[in-house]
Design a protein around this ligand. Structure first.
Ligand code: ADP
Ligand code: MG
Length: 610
């Protein structure tokens, strides 16, 4: 029996399928493997990942890689959709006249306005002025309480700001109850003798005065212009349990704006259309559709989007060692999102959420050097390697091994960087398209909108449902249902929002409400996959009419998603289309379509190893 391997090199994943061909020509699938792609798709760096995947697949058969008669690798589409995402927003760098802060365990409740005074200078305070006293970590909570109690007999102390996490310890020792805010890391940045307002919310509530520009104006006596400048700070304090806003001298306000910029779409017919990113995702996508087939896209110089697009092109030129100017951007997906913007002057790195546009771009190079990969691979493992078959066609061949499918058939390949679609009819005619934006853009949107530190957490939120552990024995599920545990679970999970992985519960360390996670996650998937599916299907459908596509098989890593296939099914039901997650070879789920197609086409083809 002859052993043939199909290898699919994707942006994210390298997949292998090994088939055995008997002397009578019958084919049997023997093993398959999936590994992370090493390096950028289409570069020689991929060889390392391919070798490991092949070794793993052959190990399952207890055979060395050298026993393979032939390796067939995909003619990868010369389009790459990853590394090309950024959030474009007008960045306002304001040297604000205010600073805000949000500690998690303040004490007392209410608002206070007063002049800032260091605990070391209590003696300088006069009797007629209300003071907010600032204490750094070097003064113990006992000493702070004692000094304050003594000073309160003589002067008016209305609030306290502490560097240490000791608000409650100080409060318990004070004779008079006043709002106390702690955990102000950069306490040394607080300017003495300036006016400040502090607010501590009642338990379970959030600040009301300091999260409202007019509230800040009321407390700190601001004019209309200062009130406008303080709006981002008010926004950043929404939902916080406590806050400090300090009024610094007028005239300190400096603004430096890097504009979002304009993007120019150059059509194949030579027409140029220009739009400002500030217009938002919908007008951008409408203009793109109006532009027909696209030659290239360019961003305005010295703007956010200009920097982003030229960065992508340069990066791709370097990776594929193509000449400057030979890499083009043939598609983008713009989505409306919210991104955190750092407020300068913040005491603890506070941000406020500003409207932004997220962009994924599709880069087209001249031709990916797949032949070069084949050559290097042959040299290293001494097996003949052929570049065989267009990726989209191979994916369709593989998808047809899903039970219940028939021609004409369309596939949607939901990958990491791009959403690809192909349609094959009874005569074997294939139409295909590649759209920017897929699983990675979804993860990026989740990370940005939830303000997560790590992309890994965002990936996990994308992949698994969430629940809230309400006792050691039960958990509230996303759909409102309840799950009971037979044994008490880890007490550290108590009260937390957790990701429900198949064999484990993972605590989400960030303090985000479960409802917010669900909303952001679903919206991100809708924005990327539903919109891209419709764009792609319209392009490949007979007469661009989606209703003329009878059935669609979903393949690729993102088709494994627990809710994306349902979202697409719901949307496509409007067009009376049969659509579902593929089950390649009845066993592989939506994975391994291209690799399987590569092995199948060997049987159907003219045996290119001979
Ligand atoms: P490519 O063909 O471009 O290499 P893949 O088909 O391997 O891409 O898809 C990669 C994408 O699939 C990534 O964005 C990854 O996050 C996503 N993905 C993988 N498994 C799952 C899953 N169980 N649920 C949701 N998304 C997933
Ligand atoms: Mg793929």
């Amino acid at each position: 029996m002859k052993l043939i391997a199909g290898v699919d090199i994707g942006n994210s994943t390298t997949e292998v399928c090994v088939g055995g061909v008997a002397s009578d020509g019958t084919l049997e699938f023997l093993s398959s493997v999936s590994r992370f792609t090493t390096g950028t798709k289409g570069t020689v760096d991929n060889v390392a990942g391919i070798k490991t995947a092949l070794e793993m697949a052959m190990e399952k058969l207890n055979r060395p890689v050298g026993d393979l008669s032939l390796i067939r690798i995909n003619e990868a589409a010369p389009v790459i959709g990853d590394t090309a995402m950024e959030t474009i927003t007008e960045t306002i760098i304001t040297d604000s006249s205010m600073i805000g802060h949000n500690p998690s365990t303040p004490a007392g409740a209410g608002t206070a306005v007063g002049e800032l005074l260091s605990i070391r200078h209590l003696g300088q305070g006069d009797t007629g002025t209300p003071y907010i006293v600032v204490a750094d970590r070097s003064v113990t909570y006992e000493a702070v309480a004692e000094l304050l109690n003594k000073a309160m007999e003589r002067m008016q102390i209305v609030g306290v700001i502490l560097q240490a996490d000791e608000a409650v310890l100080v409060e318990n020792r004070l004779k008079k109850k006043i709002p106390i805010i702690d955990e102000v890391r950069n306490v040394d940045m607080i300017p003495e003798h300036k006016m400040a307002a502090i607010e501590v919310a009642l338990t379970g509530d959030s600040v009301r005065m300091l999260s409202n520009p007019y509230g800040i104006a009321t407390l700190l006596d601001l004019d209309a212009e200062d009130t406008k400048a303080v709006t981002p700070i008010a926004k950043s304090l929404i939902g916080k349990s406590s806050a400090v806003v300090i009024k610094t001298p007028h005239g300190n306000v400096k603004e430096n704006v890097l504009p979002a910029g304009e993007i120019t779409i150059v059509s194949k017919d030579g027409n140029r259309r220009t739009i400002n990113i500030d217009e938002g995702a919908v007008p951008i996508m409408n203009l793109l559709e109006e532009s027909g087939e696209i030659q290239d896209m360019v961003g305005e110089a010295e703007t956010n989007v200009g920097n982003m697009l030229s960065g992508i092109k340069n990066n791709m030129e370097n990776l594929t060692s193509e000449q400057t100017g030979s890499v083009h951007i043939t598609d983008i997906l713009a989505v409306d999102t919210l991104a955190p913007v750092l407020i300068s002057g913040a005491l603890a790195g506070e941000t406020c959420m500003e409207k932004a546009v997220g962009i994924a771009a599709m880069v087209k190079t001249k031709q990916l050097p797949m032949e070069r990969i084949a050559q290097v691979l042959t040299e290293q493992i001494h097996v003949s390697v052929k570049v065989a078959g267009v990726e989209a066609v191979m994916a369709t061949l593989g998808a047809m091994t899903t039970p219940g499918t028939t021609l004409p058939l369309a596939i949607l390949d939901l990958g990491g960087g791009s959403t690809d679609a192909a349609m094959i009819d009874e005569t074997g005619t294939v139409r295909m398209t590649h759209k920017a934006g897929a699983g990675e853009l979804v993860s990026m949107l989740i990370q940005i909108e939830l303000g997560l530190h790590s992309r890994t957490t965002a990936e996990e939120i994308k992949k698994y449902p969430v629940g809230r552990v309400e006792s050691l024995f039960h958990m509230r599920l996303e759909n409102g249902g309840m799950h009971f545990f037979e044994e008490a679970i880890d007490p550290r999970l108590f009260g937390s929002v957790v990701l429900i992985e198949p064999h484990d519960l993972i605590k989400i360390e960030e303090n985000v409400a479960m409802e917010k996670i669900i909303q952001v996650r679903k919206e991100a998937k809708q924005k990327v996959f539903v919109r891209n599916a419709l764009r792609a299907l319209r392009e490949i459908a007979p007469e661009h009419n989606i209703k003329k596509i009878p059935n669609i098989v979903l393949v690729g890593g993102s088709a494994e998603d627990f809710e994306v296939p349902e979202m697409l099914m719901e949307e496509l039901a409007k067009y009376k289309i049969v659509c579902g997650r593929g089950n390649i070879r009845r066993t592989e789920g939506p994975r391994n379509a291209v690799a399987t197609g590569l092995v199948l086409s060997y049987i159907g083809g003219k045996h290119d190893d001979e």
